[in-house]
Design a protein around this ligand. Structure first.
Ligand code: DGJ
Length: 568
C-alpha cells in the first residue's frame, strides 16, 4: 500500500505556520499563532490548539440541539463520558440576528460556557444562507424580503427566469453582504468571549451547499451571469495552476479545448459541466467573502462540508438526481480560486468500507487535509476512525447525531476507539505525515491488504471472531452481518510497532534485503498513560497464533506493542 503519494505542496487558503505557545494576553493582542491554527507536519496538516497538535475525536449534534442551553445541559456530561473531545454544533443565523443588525449571542454564550466546563472543544457550523441545498436558517426579516434577497430559480415557471425555490440565489451580492456581516459579528463575538480559552477551535461555513431540482440557478441575474464571460480570476488561476489541477477537472477543461476566455459554456463545454462549475464558482465566491469577513475578525481555521455520498452520478455530463454538491472534490480548484479564505474542503461520508476509503482519498489529495465533519455511527465507526487518522492523517472524525436518544452513551465501539486514540494522540500526531503510520479498512468480502512499514510488509486479513450488535442505526449492517474491520499501525523503529484495531489478522514478511523470514519478537497488550506505554499482558502461544500473527487483534479492540525480527 503506497503510504505518501497523495500530497503535493500547493496548500489552499491561509494556513498559519507558526508553532509558538499562546501566552495569556488581552483578546486584542492575540496573534494568529496563539489561536487555533493549521500547521504542516511532514506531508500532513495538523490543527494546533493551545500550541499543541490536536486530534479532534468529535461528534456532531443534531441540527438544532444547541439552540437551547437548557436542552443541552443533561447532554454535555454524557458526551464527555463517551470520550468525545470535540463537539460540532450548528449556529443558526436566524437565532443570532432576529432583527436586522441586532445580534443576540446569549444562547451561544451558554453553549460555549457549558462545553468549556466539560472540557470539550467546539467546532461551530454556521447555518447561514445555505443548508442541505436549501435556505431554512436565514432570519425571517431576510426571507420575507425576496426582492432584496432573491431566490434561486429552476427551469419552468414561465417568467423571464424560472420558478423560485427556497434557496437564496448565490449570485446576489445583497445576500452575500448580509451573510458576511452576520458571520463577521459572530466571529467578533467568539473572539471576545473565547479568544483566550480556545473552546472554539474551527468553523464550518454554511452546510452541504448545493442546488436542488435543477443543475443551476436560472434566475434572471444568474442567466445574465451565465451568458457572460467566465471570470478572469478563475481563468487566471487555471492557467497559473494548469499543471497541478485536479486531473478530473483538467480533463473537463481540456475536453472543451483549454480555452482561456469565453462564456461558461465556451470554456467548459455545453451542458451540466458548465452548470456545475458556474454554480461552484458562485457558491464559493459567496462563501469566500463570508469567510474572509469572519477571519478579519478572528482567523480560526475554516472549512466547507460536502455531501459526496450522493454525487457518484454527478461526474461529467451524466443525468442528475437529488441535490448537486458544490464543494465536490474534483472542483477543488474552483474553490481555491474563488474562496482562498477557506482552508479545507471536507466530505460528509455516510458510506462504509471501500466507498468510505474512496471518499477519503478523493478529498485528501493535492494538499487538502482530511477532516470528516459527518459520518455514520454504529460498530463500523471505530475502524473508519482508525482509517481516517492512520491512513489519511485526518485532523478530525465526527459521526453525526451523537445526541440522538438511542445513541448517546450507547456507542461502545466508538467510545472504545476514542478512548484509545486519546491515549495515543501524541504518538499518532507525531507519526502523521512522515510515512511511519498507516491503516486498513476491510469488509467481509475484501481481499487482504498489504501495508509497508519499516523493513516489513504487513498483510492484514479480515478476520473477526465475534461481534455483539447493539441497537441498529441508519446505514448499519443487519444482525449477523459481519461489520467492517480495521486497524492502525505505527512503526516506532525499524523493528518496533504499535497496532490498534479489531477484527483483523496480521502476518509479516521482510520487505528489504536480508534474512528472508520475519518472526514475532515481543508482543504485549497495554495502554498509554500520559503518553507513556504501560504494558499489560505479554502475549505468545495461543495469543499470537503460536507466533504466526497478532491473534488478539482479531478478538477485541486494544493496543498492542510488538517487535519483529528476521531469520533464515
Ligand atoms: C447531512 C447534513 O449536513 C446534516 O445537517 C443533516 O441534515 C444530515 N445530513 C441528516 O442525515
Amino acid at each position: 500500500m503506497k503510504l505518501r503519494g497523495l500530497f503535493c505542496c500547493t496548500l489552499m487558503g491561509t494556513l498559519a505556520v507558526v508553532a509558538s505557545q499562546g501566552q495569556s494576553r488581552s483578546a486584542s493582542s492575540v496573534s494568529a499563532s496563539d489561536i487555533p491554527h493549521l500547521q504542516k507536519h511532514g506531508t500532513a496538516t495538523q490543527l494546533i490548539v493551545d500550541g499543541k497538535p490536536f486530534l479532534a475525536l468529535a461528534g456532531e449534534l443534531l441540527n438544532n440541539s444547541a439552540t437551547s442551553v437548557e436542552h443541552m445541559k443533561p447532554l454535555w456530561p454524557k458526551i464527555a463520558a463517551a470520550k468525545f473531545n470535540t463537539v460540532l454544533t450548528g449556529v443558526s443565523w436566524a437565532q443570532i440576528e432576529p432583527q436586522e443588525g441586532k445580534f443576540d449571542f446569549n444562547v451561544l454564550d451558554g453553549v460555549v460556557r457549558d462545553a468549556r466546563s466539560h472540557n470539550l472543544r467546539l467546532v461551530l457550523l454556521w447555518f447561514g444562507s445555505w443548508k442541505n441545498g436549501n435556505s431554512s436558517y436565514p432570519p425571517d426579516w431576510l426571507k420575507r424580503d425576496f426582492d432584496r434577497f432573491p431566490r434561486a430559480q429552476i427551469a419552468g415557471g414561465g417568467g423571464a427566469g424560472g420558478q423560485s425555490i427556497e434557496l437564496l440565489s448565490p449570485v446576489s451580492s445583497a445576500t452575500c453582504d448580509a451573510d458576511a456581516r452576520a458571520f463577521a459579528a459572530l466571529m467578533r463575538h467568539v473572539k471576545a468571549v473565547d479568544g483566550q480559552q480556545h473552546t472554539v477551535i474551527m468553523i464550518q461555513v454554511e452546510n452541504e451547499i448545493g442546488m436542488q431540482k435543477d443543475t443551476r440557478d436560472r434566475s434572471p441575474a444568474a442567466n445574465r451571469a451565465y451568458e457572460g464571460p467566465a471570470p478572469k480570476e478563475l481563468m487566471d488561476y487555471l492557467q497559473a495552476h494548469k499543471d497541478t489541477l485536479i486531473p478530473e477537472f483538467r480533463q473537463m477543461w481540456e475536453a472543451a479545448g483549454f480555452k482561456t476566455s469565453g462564456t461558461w459554456e465556451e470554456v467548459f463545454g455545453k451542458g451540466v459541466v458548465a452548470d456545475d462549475v458556474f454554480m461552484a464558482w458562485n457558491f464559493a465566491r459567496h462563501v469566500g467573502r463570508v469567510a474572509a469577513a469572519g477571519k478579519a475578525e478572528y482567523p480560526l481555521p475554516m472549512y466547507v462540508n460536502a455531501a459526496p455520498d450522493n454525487f457518484n452520478s454527478r461526474r461529467g455530463n451524466q443525468p442528475r438526481r437529488g441535490q448537486s454538491v458544490a464543494p465536490r472534490d474534483d472542483l477543488m480548484d474552483v474553490w481555491r480560486a474563488a474562496a482562498p479564505a477557506i482552508d479545507i474542503l471536507s466530505p460528509d461520508v455516510y458510506a462504509d468500507g471501500a466507498n468510505f476509503a474512496a471518499m477519503c482519498a478523493g478529498y485528501n489529495r493535492s494538499g487538502n487535509p482530511l477532516f470528516i465533519p459527518e459520518t455514520g455511527g454504529g460498530p463500523s465507526a471505530a475502524p473508519r476512525a482508525l482509517y481516517a487518522f492512520g491512513r489519511h492523517d485526518a485532523i478530525g472524525f465526527s459521526p453525526f447525531g451523537i445526541d440522538r436518544p438511542d445513541r448517546l452513551g450507547n456507542t461502545p465501539d466508538l467510545t472504545g476507539v476514542y478512548d484509545i486514540l486519546s491515549q495515543m494522540a501524541p504518538l499518532v500526531l507525531d507519526h502523521q505525515g512522515n510515512g511511519t503510520m498507516s491503516a486498513v479498512l476491510l469488509g467481509p468480502k475484501d481481499p487482504p491488504q498489504k501495508v509497508q512499514l519499516g523493513n516489513y510488509t504487513l498483510e492484514v486479513t479480515y478476520w473477526p471472531i465475534r461481534y455483539t450488535m447493539p441497537l441498529l442505526m441508519p446505514g448499519e449492517p443487519p444482525p449477523g452481518a459481519q461489520p467492517t474491520a480495521g486497524a492502525l499501525f505505527i512503526a516506532t523503529g525499524p523493528d518496533e510497532f504499535y497496532a490498534v484495531g479489531s477484527g483483523v489478522k496480521v502476518t509479516f514478511s521482510p520487505s528489504t534485503p536480508g534474512p528472508p523470514f520475519a518472526g514475532l519478537g515481543t508482543v504485549e497488550e497495554g495502554t498509554f498513560v500520559n503518553g507513556r506505554w504501560v504494558p499489560g499482558i505479554r502475549l505468545a502461544g495461543d495469543d499470537t497464533g503460536q507466533g504466526a500473527d497478532l491473534f488478539e487483534l482479531q478478538r477485541q479492540l486494544g493496543i498492542q506493542r510488538f517487535t519483529l525480527y528476521r531469520y533464515r
